[in-house]
Write a protein that binds this ligand. Structure first.
Ligand code: SF4
Length: 456
């Protein structure tokens, strides 16, 4: 019973000039910095004589860290944190996935989603493929192995041409690290230089922790081949129209990251200011739903010249509310996760800033928590437009009929969740808050999918 959009996955990789005994520790730091992008499983694959992989169900810190091999010396490694949108959440689907085929060993770490995966998979099974996992990421390796000849690079490009979807990927093959991004560039992928090598990550915050410099994006449609700490070759699959996920900026990415050329915190300050311009009232205080609402709430408060405060405190140690089965347990999860500061709330008219409204059940609980804490009025401001359509590009969304904004107008939503008003950002607000508005996907708001989607 999903009531928030779920991040996808995070990838991190290193290619070093020489084998280094610090590589596993640095890989750990990299995927730890990306933990917000996936909490269900994690893994690291590294190239020795063969590709070795360590995987774990659960968080990066704790058992995974304790069991990491300390004596590994390797030059190339890739890592992954996972939230499953495709395939059940079990260890066999944890990434990196490692396969042995006629092109040799291949390890895959994938952030994204392949909407035509079911059709591709069914064709592959009909013609004899045996799948080891239920992850859509495995399809790429089957496609690579079907291309005649031994050349990995041409096989990879041919296989990618059969896939239509969202993929930012890191691969290991034959002591090479390969980084690639789909031609639309839905999911972010960046890289930077360190002493003695090159580092790739979903977000720049993971490059910062390793001290990487000269940070750049892997361009949409670009494939970068690295060997022993150097970029050996770049291939461009071409990109006619970018469709970078605007939700990476609104919600998924960390505010200290730079994604698609935008500093996430600065972007959220701007959309918070846009929301404040829509506010016809004069609330006593502005509070965020922490943590993802923090920057937008600050932008709102500055623009409206209304005091900012923390009226809700998030408990970071409760686990993920979405994994608790059943409505009742999930609602309890909101109470466990967010607790009010009564002295901040009591007797006040409150503008509360949240990032998005999915089903409405979490928002209704938040309004109840604030009113129970003595709020005089609760005005909910969402730093995204109304989500009316599902995402097929790597973000887990409920079906269209479950999305509250596909059924109700803002005033009807306010009545349903018990708020005094509900105000959404507009697509135009998003567009004026980024440098290149034409380079983004807004499909979950306007149904303008970058390519035809079979919604079944
Ligand atoms: S449909 Fe929405 S969530 Fe999915 S990629 Fe587009 S903007 Fe992002």
């Amino acid at each position: 019973m999903l009531d928030e959009l779920k991040e996808e996955c995070g990838v991190f990789g290193m290619s070093l000039v020489q084998p280094n005994e610090e590589i596993i520790n640095n890989m750990y730091l990299g995927i730890f910095a990306l933990q917000h992008r996936g909490q269900e499983s994690c893994g690291i694959a590294y190239q020795n004589e063969s590709i070795e992989v360590i995987k774990h169900s659960g968080l990066v810190a704790g058992k995974f860290f304790e069991n990491l091999p300390r004596d590994v010396k390797a030059s190339q490694a890739i890592g992954h944190v996972r939230y499953s949108t495709c395939g059940p959440s079990n260890l066999i689907n944890a990434q990196p996935l490692v396969f042995s085929c006629n092109k040799g060993e291949i390890a895959v770490a994938h952030n994204g989603n392949i909407p035509n995966s079911e059709m591709l998979k069914s064709d592959l099974i009909q013609t004899g493929s045996i799948f080891q996992t239920s992850s859509d990421s495995e399809i790429l390796v089957h496609l690579i192995s079907r291309i005649p000849g031994k050349n990995f690079e041409t096989s990879l490009v041919s296989a990618l041409n059969q896939i239509n979807g969202a993929y930012s990927m890191l691969l290991l093959h034959n002591n090479q690290l390969i980084a690639l991004r789909d031609p639309y560039g839905f999911r972010p992928l960046c890289y930077g230089e360190i002493k003695g090598g090159i580092v790739f990550a979903s977000e720049t915050n993971a490059l910062d922790i390793i001290g990487a410099k000269n940070i750049k994006e892997v361009e949409p449609g670009e494939i970068i081949f690295c060997h022993n700490g150097k970029i050996e070759k770049k291939h461009n699959m071409g990109s006619s129209k970018k469709a970078q996920c605007i939700f990476e900026l609104i919600y998924f990415s960390r505010p200290d990251s730079k994604v698609f050329g935008e500093t996430v915190h600065d972007f959220r300050l701007k959309i918070g200011a846009c929301l404040a311009k829509k506010c016809q009232l004069k609330p006593d205080i502005v509070i965020p739903v922490p943590d993802s609402g923090n920057s937008a709430a600050m932008g709102f408060a500055r623009e409206a010249a209304i005091p900012f405060d923390f009226g809700l405190i998030r408990n970071h140690y409760t686990g993920r509310t979405f994994i608790k089965p059943g409505q009742q347990k999930r609602v309890e999860g909101v109470r466990l996760k967010l607790n009010p500061v009564k002295t901040v709330i009591n007797g006040k008219s409150i503008a509360v800033i949240d990032d998005s409204l999915v089903r409405g059940t979490t928002s209704s609980k938040i309004v109840e928590i604030l009113k129970d804490a003595g709020a005089k009025e609760v005005h909910l401001f969402l730093s995204s437009p109304e989500i009316k359509y599902s995402c097929f590009f790597g973000i887990d969304t409920p079906t269209r009929k479950e999305l509250i904004s596909s059924k109700l107008k803002p005033e009807e939503i306010a009545a349903q969740i018990g708020a005094d008003s509900v105000t959404f950002l507009t697509i135009e607000d998003l567009k004026i808050s980024v440098e290149n508005p034409g380079d983004y996907c807004y499909a979950c708001f306007n149904c303008d999918y970058p390519f035809a989607i079979n919604e079944d």
